[in-house]
Design a protein around this ligand. Sequence first.
Ligand SMILES: *Cc1c(COP(=O)(O)O)cnc(C)c1O
Length: 427
Amino acid sequence: MVFENTRTFAQQLDAQDPLRAYKSEFIFPQHNGKNVIYFTGNSLGLQPKRTAQYVQDVMDDWANLAVEGHFYAQKPWWDYHERFCEPLSKIVGALPSEVTVMNTLTVNLHLLMVSFYQPQGQRYKIICEEKAFPSDQYLLQTQVRFHGYEPADAIVEIKRREGEHNIRLEDVLAKIEEVGDALALVFIGGVNYYTGQVFDMQQITAAGHAQGALVGWDLAHAAGNIEMNLHDWQVDFASWCSYKYMNSGPGNASGCFVHEKHHHNKKLHRFAGWWGHNKERRFKMEPDFDPVAGANGWQVSNLPILSLAPYLASVDMFAEVGMPALVAKRNQITAYLEFILQQIDAEVDSTFEVITPKNPIERASQLSVFLHGEGRALFDYLMSNGVITDWREPNVIRLAPVPLYTSYEDMYDFGQILKAGILSKAQ
Ligand SMILES: *Cc1c(COP(=O)(O)O)cnc(C)c1O
């Protein structure tokens, strides 16, 4: 499609957008009486209007039923988490038995490492990406130390080539082969939080398996953003948070994937709790742990229903929309944003460098823009003019035009504000 940097053209795209009605399903912070332009749904998604009712229902059941709510609430609490299995399995491409919700992301990754990082003899190394999300770096460092290894030896990072912003797939595959028999685990963020690069999870997973290693993914920036087929790709385990693209609220519950092939392996270690115990016998208070078949067998505690309620609201919305429609809009609006950036760059003779891959299959909702020649003042200008982005050192703003609640007209308006910001500084 040939894009135009005009309001009329942006409005035409909005008029043809099958998801346009969803924007009014979200609550936007206000700036001068208008909705902000929200580009940070990759950090904290906006609040859906329907969420309050889901929470209120739990509050009402608690008020009216108290302990009886475990079995007699509108959505009984004792198996509330099972409502997620079907819709979440569609979002990440899994069998319903392979997904569950619990805890928070880094906690879940630690728990999953108990099962899936079991170094033995020469096979103890973990491959990850250079400059992984800090929490993942701390996770891996403390896990290898826990097993008696030194991070500098046990953690192998895949580097970017000199002068390049993204990691090449060929370099990932070569590193996996190089580490070979010493490789216990490949663990990478499916979508890089800084650049927005999407990794080829299928090929990387296969390459890890070819060396006899297990492969897990941190899907914080992938869940609700890209289409995946975790089951078919034979991914061993994965986890994600729900507050980024999945709009479930600050610090909220996480989702987990454990591949079916591991469900009946009694040799896997796990740190167990009563909510992972045989569902029919959970309240019999028996001494020996008998895990539920499937990902639910990794549950530990009785679940925080008040935080699952907003996540359920979100999952219900994703089920209505479906990933294919989301991905179609995501691709077009991201391309339109890229076009707007190029236009403004040319008009004001600035130099923005989009460091996110150009190839549509290597990127998703996020464009990370290196502002050569512009500084933090431009970011501050955007913020004080109703454009919410985020700033990352040294000089990068991340823009995520989330398909559920951003419009093409927002992209046009953003371009105009950006231009005014650069020109105001030049004077
Ligand atoms: C956001 C994010 C996290 C956050 O982890 P929490 O445990 O939910 O605080 C972890 N890893 C990645 C890659 C992230 O993007």
